[in-house]
Design a protein around this ligand. Sequence first.
Ligand SMILES: [Mg+2]
Length: 220
Amino acid sequence: MREFADNTSCARRPLVDALRSALSPMTDLPSIYVFDFDQTITHIHTGGCAMTEDEIGADYIHSNIKGGFVELMECLQQRGDRVYIATYGDDSFGRGFAGATAGHALVQRYMDTVLGTGQQYFVASEDPPGNIIARCSNDGKHYHLECILAREGLDGNDLTVLRRILLIDDDPFNVSYFASRGCMTLVPDSPHDSARMAADPDILRAILDRLRGHAEAKAH
Ligand SMILES: [Mg+2]
């Protein structure tokens, strides 16, 4: 039984190995993936607000998205998993700045650029709620988790529900909060290691390798 696709790069192998122990047992993979935006999906922190045209230009956005993002979203959609982007980048960050793009609009701009205009993966609307949740709640992303549970129609007191939710976030405070609710983290029992792993430039490809390895192993 092979665990990994042949194209797993040597450089990525330690990360994928770490995920193998994190995302196990193999029958218990998450079904709701919650991604932080800045420095988890992006390389460089946007500050939740773009002030210039260059910062929302296609060249910059493509250069600032971590490798494997598009393939990972395609893979998760094919699997039927649910995907969210949960960020502290807030619409209010752009107020008072002419031409600024902030909060929901900034994440939507990134998604439309990398996934294509008219993409069906991410919606930034608040009413009805979409799967881009942008609010500077500074509460460990309690607000974001409640939005996700409400949108999915799930019971936030049901541990079997919560343990199918995985947070990928480079802020240990947020990871710690999700863990306290019973959600999955990249590294069990270590918010700091989970956050460090989420910040890795190869994290998205590593999750993709892990999922492909899972599918391959299942087929054997
Ligand atoms: Mg972040």
